[in-house]
Design a protein around this ligand. Structure first.
Ligand code: ACO
Length: 329
């Protein structure tokens, strides 16, 4: 877990402002106290000030160093509402509607980032993924040149796999059924996540139930097409497909099924063909193999906004705040 230490250390140096919209949620408050104590980031808790203080006291969580912002009364509401109307003018959003949306911390948080009042956001301990992501998609939007946001997991497994036991799995959280173009984009942004957060040289495997033509099916064709598009878009990237999981990560199987491939047998970025495989796949490795799973790290968004699983622990929140701060650099 050397990497995790590094991520936290780097976050401390960056001292970013991370907004936590679920400001009265117990695990969030306990995590906030740890983050502040270990100086991993500055913390902004959204919620009613008295309620936040009361809950924190009950839990014995010292969040006195956090900024507490009440989305329902904050003085910046009017400015944020004007910005929202401007961003969504093609969709016909009215100021009244914008002010009403701002009562929801999941809208207020992204607007703080948009206005430069926060550097990143983490939510999802008590809200569904879609509810966390929709405001971000609508108001923060994607990076230039990126059309699809996806979610990667950093998976810590046996050292014989991936990059010293670290693999990036993607997309495990966002796009239910990407087409070939979208899958190619997911592969390229996942490689960037692997480089920027893990610091590894990406070897990207485009996963399928077929290796190099061993099966014929429209689902295989999609991965073959995505591989072709990704290679055209990022010619310098070590990426190959279509590969079965064993051919991607086991040297002997890779040499047998995909001889000469620069990725087979030594992949460290696994791109799943769809969300069903990706979401089930990371949970299988986490639960059955006991792998630590950090994420989903959302990639392709114009600012770092991350989502938690509702089953998350206090440590998961602390770790993801550190990752979010790293993304904000
Ligand atoms: N990247 C960028 N923008 C997107 C994306 C994306 N992947 N998906 C949707 N959008 C944008 C749309 O373009 C649209 O923008 P607009 O309003 O400016 O036109 C806006 O977001 C809303 O789009 P909808 O198609 O209405 O999207 P919807 O809100 O129905 O769904 C969502 C988006 C919620 C992400 C959906 O794809 C989803 O539910 N995905 C699965 C999430 C999930 O449940 N994951 C598993 C759990 S996570 C875990 O286990 C850790």
């Amino acid at each position: 877990m050397e990497l995790l230490k590094q991520i936290k250390l780097n976050a401390s140096k960056l001292n970013k402002r991370i907004v936590l919209p679920e400001g009265t949620e117990p695990r969030t408050l306990q995590a906030a106290a740890i983050i502040l104590k270990e100086k991993i980031a500055q913390v902004i808790l959204l919620g009613n000030e008295e309620e936040v203080a009361l809950k924190a006291n009950q839990l014995g969580a010292d969040v006195s160093a956090a900024e507490v912002v009440n989305p329902k009364t904050d003085a910046r509401r009017d400015t944020y509402a004007d910005m929202m109307v401007e961003i969504r003018k093609k969709k016909g959003l009215t100021k009244e509607e914008a002010l009403s949306l701002l009562n929801d911390p999941l809208y207020f948080g992204p607007m703080m980032i948009k206005a430069g009042d926060a550097d990143g956001e983490l939510a999802g301990a008590i809200n569904a993924t879609g509810d966390v992501l929709r405001p971000a998609f609508q108001f923060v939007k994607t990076l230039p040149g990126v059309s699809v946001v996806s979610g990667a997991f950093l998976m810590f497994v046996d050292k014989k796999f991936g990059h010293d036991g670290v693999l990036v799995f993607s997309d495990c959280a966002v796009m239910p059924d990407p087409d070939a173009q979208q899958l190619a984009e997911i592969a390229i942004t996942s490689a960037k996540t692997a480089q920027s957060i893990v610091g590894l040289e990406p070897r990207v495997a485009m996963l399928s139930f077929s290796t190099k033509g061993s099966a014929k099916h429209p689902l295989v064709d999609k991965v073959v097409e995505a591989t072709k598009i990704a290679k055209e878009k990022a010619p310098g990237l070590m990426l190959d497909g279509e590969l079965q999981l064993d051919a991607a990560i086991i040297k002997e199987v890779g040499e047998l099924k995909a001889p000469g491939s620069p990725v087979a047998g030594k992949a460290n970025v696994l791109v799943f063909p769809g969300l069903e495989a990706g979401n089930i796949g990371y949970k299988l490795v986490q639960r059955l193999a006991g792998a630590e799973a950090i994420g989903p790290v959302l990639q392709g968004m114009a600012a770092p906004i991350n989502d938690l699983s509702r089953g998350c622990s206090v440590d998961d929140i602390v770790n993801m705040v550190a990752v979010t701060a790293n993304q904000a650099q």
